[in-house]
Design a protein around this ligand. Structure first.
Ligand SMILES: *Cc1c(COP(=O)(O)O)cnc(C)c1O
Length: 396
């Protein structure tokens, strides 16, 4: 960090987003870093080569482009180090692989991102790691689940699709008492609205595919560690050889510069739409931590500085109808909301949530669960589109 960067640590979050990670005067004054395409790095002589006596040695170990992004993420997360990987899913799987060994027991939140559950139940199970899913609302009571071989607790708040909040402070305190690593998938809030490492988390994971990239055109992930766990993370990723590409690293850094204003708009739009849905006859419940009615709202208010623009709601039914059919009618009635996976881009998206893989979390009984990613469109138009969805149920 240069001298001017030290002063930037006291600035506001948007100033930090604009300035983090790169000093233009380290590269001829150009305000954005160069996109270095590289494998080989040349050494001036054999001795320098033998001693790895220069900053860059081979592109799997970093380039000025990836360093600019790593530095920015380190500043935002308050991390000792960050590795860049080719997807959000890889960020979670490498984050878990780095700290688990055969014979270990891992506690995984039941509202975990679905593909991570698949990784745990297949690959981690094959490697002899015992997986146990826990209730996202467990809080300090998680202590009852610890065994002598519990080495890791994975958290995600709010949970994927059902948005349960977790008491991260309480869980981290228990994990540390048992000398277990605590990892967190913080994709929904981004480090702008929640800083996991400040709440006792050791490893903060982000699917940069979502808000940092922000335009539905990039797959990327970051894993950030505190000082105690950085060495092991760097070694694990060095052993595996995963690298984020320079073009994607450049685009993610570019996305970070505007992430603050985009998130503000996602959040304002989402709160307006969620509030409107709460008052709608065809809606049984809205699952969004920013709503006062939501069970995890108090934890969200206590710990988070803002909300992502993704939430779910339960369609009202007479409980006898075919939930699936009703969800499909609603979704097929939409035209501004695209039907597609992922979120964090500019366009609004909708899907019917499949909770069939949950072990502990209760499925809503009132009707099907619909997840919305609220994009950057005008709220009036989004509400009009949702009305079309409700009308499509009524006319079917
Ligand atoms: C999308 C998502 C991921 C995976 O990100 P990809 O880049 O799509 O692999 C991981 N965790 C959460 C919470 C996500 O929403």
């Amino acid at each position: 960090m240069s001298k001017s960067d030290d002063r930037l640590n006291q600035t506001g979050p948007n100033t930090q987003l604009v300035r983090a990670g790169y000093d233009p005067f380290n590269y001829h004054g150009f305000i954005n870093p160069p996109t270095i395409h590289a494998s080989t790095v040349l050494f001036p002589d054999a001795q320098t080569m033998e001693q790895h006596g220069q900053k860059y040695t081979y592109a799997t170990r970093g380039t000025p482009t990836t360093d600019a992004l790593c530095n920015a993420i380190n500043e935002l997360e308050g991390a000792a180090g960050t590795v860049l990987v080719p997807s959000g899913l890889a960020a979670v799987t490498i984050g878990l692989l780095a700290y688990l060994s055969p014979g270990d027991h891992a506690l995984i939140v039941d509202s975990v991102y679905g593909n991570v559950r698949h990784f745990c139940d297949t690959m981690l199970a094959r490697f002899g790691i015992e997986i146990e899913y826990y209730d996202p609302t467990v809080g300090a009571e998680i202590k009852a689940l610890f065994r002598a071989n519990t080495k890791l607790v994975h958290t995600e708040a709010p949970g994927s699709n059902t948005f349960e909040m977790q008491d991260i402070l309480a869980i981290a305190e228990v994990a540390h008492r048992h000398d277990a690593v605590i990892t967190m998938d913080n994709t929904w809030a981004t480090p702008l609205y929640f800083k996991p490492l400040d709440f006792g988390v050791d490893i903060s994971i982000q699917a940069s595919t979502k808000y940092p990239a922000g335009h539905a055109d990039i797959l990327f992930g970051t894993i950030s560690a505190n000082a105690k766990h950085w060495r092991k993370l760097r070694q694990a990723n060095g052993a595996l050889g995963f690298c984020g590409t320079p073009d994607d690293a450049y685009q993610v850094l570019r996305g970070l510069r505007t992430m603050g204003v985009r998130l503000e708009r996602h959040q304002a739009n989402a709160l307006a739409v969620a509030t409107w849905l709460e008052g709608h006859d065809e809606v049984a419940r809205v699952l969004y931590p920013a709503l006062q009615s939501f069970p995890g709202h108090d934890i969200w208010r206590r710990d988070f500085k803002g909300a992502g623009g993704v939430f779910s709601f339960v369609l009202a039914t007479d409980r006898k109808e075919d939930f699936r059919l009703r969800a499909h009618r609603f979704l097929d009635g939409l035209s501004l909301f695209g039907l597609g996976y992922s979120w964090g881009g500019f366009q609004s998206l909708a899907l019917a949530v499949d909770l069939s893989d949950r072990r502990l979390v209760q499925l809503p009984e009132e009707g099907p669960l619909i997840r919305l990613q609220i994009g950057l469109e005008d709220v009036r138009d989004l509400i009009a589109d949702l009305e079309r969805g409700f009308a499509a149920i009524a006319t079917a």
